[in-house]
Ligand binder design. Structure first.
Ligand SMILES: [Zn+2]
Length: 143
C-alpha cells in the first residue's frame, strides 16, 4: 500500500533539490505558506485546496512543491529518498504515473544556482506568519 511521505522527509527532499523542480527546473513554492497567505489575505488567488483553475494564480497553482516517485510506486518504484525528487505540481500531474518508457524524462541535476541564492520556496515565511503550532512549525523549529 502506498504510504504518505512523512512531512520531515518531504522537507528534506525539497531542501536537497534547492526548492526547484527536478523535471522543468523551475522554482517551487511551499503550499502551506500559500494556504496561510490565503487565510491572512483572502481573494488574491494564493491558494485553493484543490488547486482549482481560476481560483488560484496560475504561477502558484502549477508550481507548488510536491514529491514525485521517479519510478512510480504503482510500477514497482520504491518508497525511499533515491526514488524521490521535487516536482512542481504541473510536472507531477504530467508525469506521476508514467515510466521512462512512457515518456517520463529523467530528473535533471539539482539546481545549484537556486541553492546558492538560498531559495526556500517561501517556507521560512510560514514560520514567521503562522500563529499556531502545527506539524510544520514543529519541524522548522526542530522540536
Ligand atoms: Zn516542473
Amino acid at each position: 500500500m502506498r504510504k504518505n511521505i512523512p512531512k520531515s522527509l518531504q522537507l528534506k527532499i525539497w531542501a536537497r533539490d534547492g526548492w526547484s523542480c527536478r523535471y522543468c527546473g523551475e522554482a517551487v513554492f511551499f503550499a502551506p505558506t500559500l494556504k496561510l497567505l490565503n487565510e491572512l489575505s483572502p481573494g488574491h488567488g494564493y491558494y485553493h485546496p484543490n488547486g482549482k483553475t481560476g481560483s488560484m494564480l496560475p504561477l502558484f497553482q502549477m508550481r507548488w512543491a510536491s514529491v514525485d516517485h521517479v519510478t512510480p510506486f504503482s510500477k514497482g518504484g520504491e518508497d525511499n529518498e533515491q526514488n524521490y525528487v521535487t516536482a512542481c505540481w504541473g510536472c507531477n500531474l504530467k508525469y506521476r504515473e508514467r515510466t521512462h518508457e512512457q515518456g517520463k524524462p529523467s530528473p535533471i541535476e539539482i539546481n545549484m544556482n537556486a541553492k546558492k541564492l538560498g531559495w526556500d520556496g517561501l517556507s521560512s515565511i510560514y514560520l514567521k506568519l503562522s500563529k499556531k503550532r502545527d506539524a510544520w512549525t514543529a519541524l522548522f523549529n526542530n522540536d
